[in-house]
Design a binder for this molecule. Structure first.
Ligand SMILES: [Zn+2]
Ligand SMILES: [Zn+2]
Length: 328
């Protein structure tokens, strides 16, 4: 026989439900890779996780994306959709890893539905070619481990600027950015959920379209590059690399014009004559502050952000709280 719950318990349950609703309305962003092709242990190449509602979305699939997800105890097979900003290798070398490893029948993988991927023209061809390149692994694991065929299938789409994806109240919109004449298209992304907005610049030079996209944003994640001038002498391709990216002073201008609640650096190009293991942050901070006096954080791998009705809070991967530079 059903018993009527005492009123006190009903109130407690209602409060808990209200609490859980507030919880699900938040967005969480985790920088999985804040680096570039430089093979640093502390900053893997580009990848950002956005969690909102029941959605887990990945933006770029750089080196080590699977390792960082494993550190976060997020199963590789649980990502709802993957997005590429452009096809430079530091944004896609982790793609075969998460696609193939995410299919394996384990507690940390076990994808059973097709791998969903959006990106610029060339994205679908890449998946078709990867399927050929890894045909033996796919055949062997299908026959031997009896993994489901659906889990290694892919649903890829070459997209143009505009709304790319909507699910459970989350909308992902791609916009064009200027990563140089020969790297087109190259996208930034806007992710919105329950009145909250996260903007990723992708790889870009100073571009007013990023400013426009990031107006009223809670979080703007922007790339940045510092290249020591002497490097160009022996490695002339750094001239092109520098021309494709944003300097700290220019990024500061973007932040100043867009005025997001919090600005964040990720995809930090840091090229020094003498290669160093960790990104030197002090120069980056000082040069940014010449053009921007608002709050910003220099991202490190596994730095994460929670966006809720109270604002944006940031923590490092070890759980320590971050006070942004210039926080009021
Ligand atoms: Zn690039
Ligand atoms: Zn890049």
């Amino acid at each position: 026989m059903r018993q009527k719950a005492p009123i006190g318990i009903c109130v407690a349950i209602a409060a808990a439900l209200a609490g859980s609703q507030a919880h699900t309305a938040e967005m969480k962003v985790t920088l999985l890779g804040t680096g570039t092709p430089t093979p640093r242990l502390t900053s893997f190449s580009a990848s950002t996780l956005v969690e909102a509602g029941n959605q887990r979305l990945l933006f770029d699939l750089g080196r080590g994306v699977t390792i960082r997800l494993f550190q976060k105890r997020i199963p590789l097979g649980s990502i709802n959709a993957h997005f590429l900003t452009h096809l430079h290798s530091d944004h896609v070398v982790g793609l075969p890893d998460i696609w193939l490893s995410g299919w394996i029948g384990t507690p940390w993988a076990s994808r059973k539905a097709p791998f969903t991927l959006f990106g610029p023209v060339g994205t679908t061809a890449m998946m078709e070619n990867l399927t050929k390149a890894f045909a033996d692994d796919i055949r062997i694991r299908s026959d031997d481990e009896h993994l489901p065929a659906a889990g290694i299938a892919f649903a890829a789409k070459d997209i143009a600027a505009g709304v790319a994806y909507t699910a459970d109240g989350v909308t992902v919109t791609a916009f064009d950015v200027n990563h140089g004449e020969k790297i087109k298209p190259s996208f930034g992304y806007v992710v919105t959920f329950e009145g909250k907005k996260v903007v990723l610049s992708g790889d870009t030079k100073y571009d007013e379209r990023v400013v426009a996209a990031a107006k009223d944003a809670d979080l703007l994640i922007h790339e940045v590059a510092i290249i020591e001038p002497e490097l160009v002498k022996d490695y002339p391709s750094y001239r092109e690399i520098e021309a494709h990216h944003t300097s700290p002073e220019e990024a500061g201008r973007v932040f100043d014009q867009a005025r997001p609640k919090l600005a964040v650096y990720s995809h930090i190009v840091s090229a020094t004559v003498k290669p160093v293991q960790d990104v030197p942050e002090e120069t980056l901070r000082q040069r940014t502050e010449t053009t921007y006096k608002g709050p910003f954080v220099i991202g490190r791998d596994l730095t994460s952000f929670t966006i809720d009705d109270k604002g944006v809070t940031a923590v490092r991967g070890d759980g320590s709280a971050i006070t942004p530079n210039n926080a009021q």
